[in-house]
Design a protein around this ligand. Structure first.
Ligand SMILES: Nc1nc2c(c(=O)[nH]1)N[C@H]1C(S)=C(S)[C@@H](COP(=O)(O)O)O[C@H]1N2
Ligand SMILES: [Mo]
Length: 371
């Protein structure tokens, strides 16, 4: 036996030892997919570098699914290729497989910096769509072939070692991919910890206009525009566009969950100064203390920030020295440092100091703009 085949033999033996029992493979796939959906969704809310482990976990789990899926397909191949073994549930299995392959391939291709646009969806949004469809599919698929896992499938020490190696190999693969991307100098080479790629330049034209499904208002007339500042403040006020354009300046990074980021100089009014213009915050009574500031768009789209964070945020009227364009949220949009792009409310018409956390914002941002 030559050295090469000996190396190959060693690797094959290692991979075989790593392979969990069939039932464990099935349950692991279910668990991994569930964890992918959770880590993927939660990652959308993370904008600070300390959150990096979440993104790495998502990548490692994804590579783990590749290995688990390979083991699984090697085992059940015949059920798909041999018409004699087709059942009613086979259609569901095939659909689930398509969704898995769709999720994995869009994820991998996107990591390599390719962005095939499907109408106005980025590849990353397609990845998210496949991923969300996958969870109910895998659930239904598991239900048609339900078998409880047994103790021996998850024998403690081996299981721990197995999954640690699996995830470490996944992370190592991602790391290797970074080197390959650097070497080939692909568009995937230059990324933030969130996976987002840079959009260079200054001002309105330097970065894309990104709005949710139906959030597409008519341009707002500057002369008629009024910004209402109310809620738990002493003297609610309405300000004109010129009054909001106070010239306070700050540099901040906008990182959109569709996979790009940009660093811009933003000018406008500090929200703390805005609240001062309304006489400062004021508790209604002991049980309703000012705690959050809610920013609401003309479309109804809205987001809240904790009071202290909000005071330091900016309501921007200008970007890169230019007056904000309509698409970027004119006359005024929120600039919320360390928050993901979807929280940077555009076309803000109301700033409201509140006592309660706004749970409804999670739904409203998804459906605002629909009649
Ligand atoms: N009212 C409103 N604000 C919004 C959005 C929206 O759909 N409606 N999209 C958000 C998203 S997802 C992002 S990434 C940023 C994008 O800002 P931009 O269009 O100026 O690039 O705006 C955010 N603010
Ligand atoms: Mo976004």
């Amino acid at each position: 036996m030559g050295t090469e085949s000996r190396v190959a033999g060693t690797i094959r033996a290692a991979v075989e030892r790593l392979e969990p029992p069939p039932r464990a493979v099935d349950w692991s796939l279910f668990a991994f997919v569930t964890m992918e959906v959770v880590t993927g969704l939660v990652s959308f809310t993370v904008g600070v570098p300390e959150g990096w482990p979440l993104f790495w976990l998502h990548r490692a789990l994804g590579m783990g699914i590749v290995a688990l899926l390979a083991w699984k397909l090697a085992r059940v191949r015949r059920r798909l290729t041999d018409p004699g073994q087709w059942r009613r549930s086979t259609a569901l299995s095939v659909l689930t497989l398509v969704a898995v392959l769709g999720t994995l391939s869009t994820g991998v291709v996107w990591v390599f910096g390719l962005d095939v646009r499907i109408s106005y969806w980025t590849l990353l949004s397609v990845h998210v769509g496949f991923g969300l469809a996958l969870l109910p599919l895998v659930g239904a698929h598991a239900a048609t072939r339900f078998r409880l896992p047994r103790r021996v499938d998850f024998e403690r020490r081996r299981t721990a070692v197995r999954y640690t190696v699996l995830l470490a190999a996944g992370a190592a693969t991602y790391r290797l991919q970074q080197d390959v991307n650097d070497l080939l100098d692909t568009a995937g080479a230059d990324r933030r910890f969130t996976g987002s790629q840079p959009r260079e330049g200054a001002g309105n034209g330097a970065f894309p206009i990104t709005s949710w499904v139906a959030d597409d208002p008519d341009p707002i007339d500057r002369e008629e525009y009024r910004l209402r500042v109310d809620g738990l403040v002493s003297d609610p006020v309405e300000l004109s566009a010129d009054e909001v354009a106070a010239g306070h300046e700050t540099e901040a990074l906008l990182d959109c969950t569709s996979g790009w980021y940009t660093v811009q100089d933003w000018q406008g009014i500090r929200v703390g100064d805005l609240l001062e213009a309304a006489g400062g915050t004021a508790a209604e009574d002991a049980s309703r203390e000012p705690a959050y500031v809610r920013f609401t768009s003309v479309t109804g789209y809205r987001w809240s920030l904790p009071l202290a964070e909000a005071e330091d945020a900016l309501l921007a009227t200008h970007v890169g020295g230019e007056r904000l364009s309509h698409g970027h949220g004119a006359p005024a949009r929120l600039v919320a440092r360390d928050r993901r792009g979807f929280q940077w409310v555009k076309w803000v018409t109301r700033v409201e100091v509140r006592a309660e956390y706004d749970l409804g914002q999670w739904v409203v941002t998804l459906v605002s703009g629909f009649d």
